[in-house]
Design a binder for this molecule. Sequence first.
Ligand code: HEM
Length: 460
Amino acid sequence: MADGTHQAPVLELDDIQGTLLRQRPSPYTGTYFLLRVDDPADGRRMLQRLLPHVASAARWWDPPSRAWLSVALSHSGLRALGVPQASLDSFPDAFHEGMAARAERLGDTGESSPEHWDAPLGSRDVHIAVTLFAPDEAALEALLEVGRAALRDLPGVQMIYRLDASQLPTKRTHLGFVDGIGEPDIEGAGVASILQAGRDHYGYLPGFGPTIKAGEFVLGYENQLGRLTPIPQPDVLGRNGTYVAFRKLHLKVADFRRYLHDNASSPEEEELLAAKMIGRWPSGAPLVLAPDHDDPDLAVDPTRANDFIYHEQDPTGLRCPVGAHIRRMNPRDSLTDTIVDVRLHRALRRGTTYGPMLPEGQLEDDGAERGIVFIFMGADLVRQFEFLKTQWANDGDFVGLGTEKDPLIGDNDGTGMFTIPHRPVRRRLKQLPRFAVTKGGEYLFMPGIHALKWIAELAA
Ligand code: HEM
């Protein structure tokens, strides 16, 4: 502005789907449905029925909005619903191609490659993803009834996949660690964007900055490059939408535990090694602030749990290794002396857990399916999600670690290494296997609510 002051953009919260700017409820229980549209008219009819129930990011404080239904579409789904060719052509290539086509660059090779994915994930049959989440079973059942009613008497829409996902009783991931703490602070989104669900803190939370331009996450607003991210056409379709990378990641919990067991001489050391790999203790307390042991009190204090930086507080990684998962995925001020602008590569995550817990202490796999539904949201799949995977997770050059990969999500193959800075000598963990196996995934477009209406009302 001319006087040098800056005004946050006014985000159209009532047009933006709730899950983009708001944390899911905690505890949560929910379901992902994938649908195939064989008849465009039936597909659009179903969207019309769902529309009144799609949660927006407005009125977040009202209790009912803590249960929500959201809708996203693949490129083949937009086509199947009758979106005109000129619109289809206006979407970026990565979205058009879909996640399976880009598997190799994402490190989805070997057991993670698309030929091993759960059908129909990664196929052109995945058209619409409907996600339902609620704080409890009763609220979820009410949403499920909305879903059933939307599908009634529409043979041209088939439910082809269902994945239930509920928060574990521990409120942690299967590896025993709290997740979902680090989130970007989005300009104009309102303080609730950084509210950790279930915690009663509604003010500014230190450590979540620097504030990121809304256009990094919502289409139609200025981004960190000072431009509008190109939006699919017509404007009514693109505005207030975002892209989603949906990934089903199976976690090899027994392998993870056994690897720690084999490389440590006590349970305390096992916990320390795992914390070094992730960058936080099981409770969520960050190693930069709690280098020697877990600190659950720190972890539950939203004003402290994320209030740290690396370059100033831990330049050589003696506390949090430079190759740790959270330091790679959000290097904060670590890359200050390089040309990389971390603000161009932030991730907005809305992941959930699926499958039963492996009993505490068990080192043998029980064959059960368990893991994370990793949900990334952002305006640029290539510059954000794919960059994180290719440059920061599956390579180590950016922090001087050569070919070392992320110890948790890197495409390691049993020859991987993880360096833990220590004095007088650093420690190196070797023969890292792959702990997270991709079981499927898709790139989706999550339109604004007006855009969904536009699609639902397209002429036959
Ligand atoms: C196997 C799947 C994964 C597991 C178990 C996992 C686990 C975790 C945990 C425990 C944290 C610490 C809590 C927090 O800071 O929020 C975390 C943070 C994070 N993870 Fe992951 N993660 C997984 C996959 C991914 C993937 C695929 C990406 C991106 C491509 C990613 C990006 C991030 C980011 C950006 C943070 C926050 C870092 C920060 O802001 O300090 N994660 N993850």
